[in-house]
Design a binder for this molecule. Structure first.
Ligand code: GLN
Length: 446
């Protein structure tokens, strides 16, 4: 059924770049046999799940939507993928994304465009655009995305679905093709907060293969569904209501605050004074880490190799020149520049200091509130043919990137519409405070 639906719809939407049809059907049959025999099966038994094309799955093609990976085949399972398989979920295929997860439109993918299921003239957001579109168009029930600066939350908002970026260190990054290792985090995109909670129960927790994963116990997130939120304190940062924000988005956020008040929550104005430095800080740190992570793509070890070579230097240079797209090259150049001997102190080191200040802002606010509510993005989904400059696109990340810099969790949840397009609100929590987000999100969703 899942594949019938995908075959019917995906020509229009373009969520997927790779389908595991035969393997998935085979696995589903085996699962049926186990159920028929009365064997115990996992909590996600038979649930069709899609994974973003930057997570490896043993024997399946993974390209990070870049030409440089060619037809690279995973030789092991990413931990999050392995945990899904152990819970008996059926992995359907890989979803489209911006090349190496760099972008907010899914347009920089080497494969094809993904269209917003609500209006196919518009982008689904990015970089996990295929993941969000696969949920919005009801091709699958659960998708894994990755979020370095908003790549789960922003496409979820643009497509009217729910997305969670977990706390840094909650979900293993093992097997995730790295963009910026200190910011990257895998998380779920789904139709409801309940599905998000179920998925988090499965994918969270310790992993011997990722030293940055916390050994903190994983709570049962489903316990926080359908709870009373009377007395919950919700902070609203004044710095997030900037001039550039679309009036339709602002209206939805205001209506959401009203709804939370009716549910018994207390709304308090808070201040995150370093918010204005978040975009420049992120666009120094993320490219710096990316330039280092992407050094491994040398034309020798993975996928694509230039044919036009006479010596080893040519092999590196030509493979990289031909294999990486413009946005990726732009980030590598920014990254190597801010890390270079003469500029390290002025850019990278300074950005690290500002990052600490941004984190302190959140620590202070969370002394007094349970969650923070903000818009996800200043605008709704852009037109596919909208020619925004890179800087204009970077500025759109203003509301999502602080959570990555501070390492805290963020939930994007549909809250209304503006001119027919979905608008999400973002709930931010303290580190390892996913429970509060699920509690608030679930109450709001009702
Ligand atoms: N839009 C941001 C960027 O381009 C976020 C990307 C992400 O979270 N992977 O870097």
């Amino acid at each position: 059924q899942t594949f019938e639906r995908i075959e019917k719809i995906d020509g229009k939407v373009g969520s997927f770049v790779y389908l595991r049809k035969e393997k998935a059907i085979e696995e589903a049959k085996k699962l049926d046999e186990r159920i028929a025999k009365g064997e115990k099966v996992g909590v996600l038994a038979g649930i069709p799940v899609a994974i973003k094309d930057n997570m490896v799955s043993n024997g399946d093609i993974t390209t990070a939507c870049s030409k440089i990976l060619g037809k690279y085949e995973g030789v092991y399972d990413a931990t999050a993928v392995k945990k899904l398989k152990e819970a008996d979920a059926i992995i359907i295929g890989a979803t489209n994304m911006d090349e190496f997860a760099m972008g907010s439109t899914t347009k920089t993918s080497t494969h094809h465009l993904t269209k917003n299921p609500w209006d196919i003239q518009k982008v689904p957001g990015g970089s996990s655009g295929g993941a969000a579109a696969s949920i919005a168009s009801q091709e699958v029930y659960l998708s894994l995305g990755s979020d370095t600066g908003g790549s789960i939350r922003q496409p979820a908002s643009f497509c009217g679905v729910v997305g969670l970026k977990p706390t840094y260190g909650r979900v293993s990054r093992y097997g995730l093709i790295a963009f910026a290792s200190s910011l990257d985090q895998i998380g779920p995109i789904a139709k409801s907060v309940e599905d998000i909670a179920l998925c988090m129960n499965v994918i969270s927790g310790e992993d011997d293969y990722d030293a940055t994963v916390s050994s903190k116990e994983v709570p049962d997130y489903t316990k926080y569904l359908n709870q009373d939120i009377k007395g919950m304190k919700i902070g609203v940062p004044k710095e997030y209501f900037i001039d550039g924000i679309n009036p339709g988005v602002k209206k939805v956020v205001e209506e959401s605050l009203e709804k939370f008040k009716k549910l018994g929550a207390e709304i308090v104005e808070v201040s995150l004074p370093h918010t204005k430095y978040a975009v420049p800080t992120y666009y120094v740190i993320a490219p710096a880490e990316a330039s280092s992570n992407l050094a491994r793509f040398d034309g020798v070890r993975y996928g694509y190799r230039s044919e036009n070579v006479e010596n080893i230097e040519d092999l590196y240079v030509n493979s990289r020149t031909e294999g990486f797209g413009d946005e990726v090259k732009r980030r590598i150049m920014i990254g190597t520049y801010v890390l270079s001997a003469g500029f390290y102190d002025a850019y990278f080191k300074k950005a690290q200091k500002v990052r600490a200040l941004i984190k302190e802002d959140f620590d202070k606010v969370f002394e007094n509130v349970d969650v923070i509510l903000t818009p996800v993005c200043p605008n709704t989904a852009f037109k596919l043919d909208d020619k925004k400059t890179p800087i204009e696109l970077y500025l759109e990340d203003i509301f999502t990137i602080s959570a990555n810099l501070a390492g805290i969790p963020g939930l994007s949840i549909p809250a209304g519409k503006s001119e027919g397009m979905p608008v999400g609100i973002q709930l931010l929590g303290k580190a390892f405070g996913e429970e509060e987000l699920i509690k608030a999100g679930s109450a709001f969703e009702k």
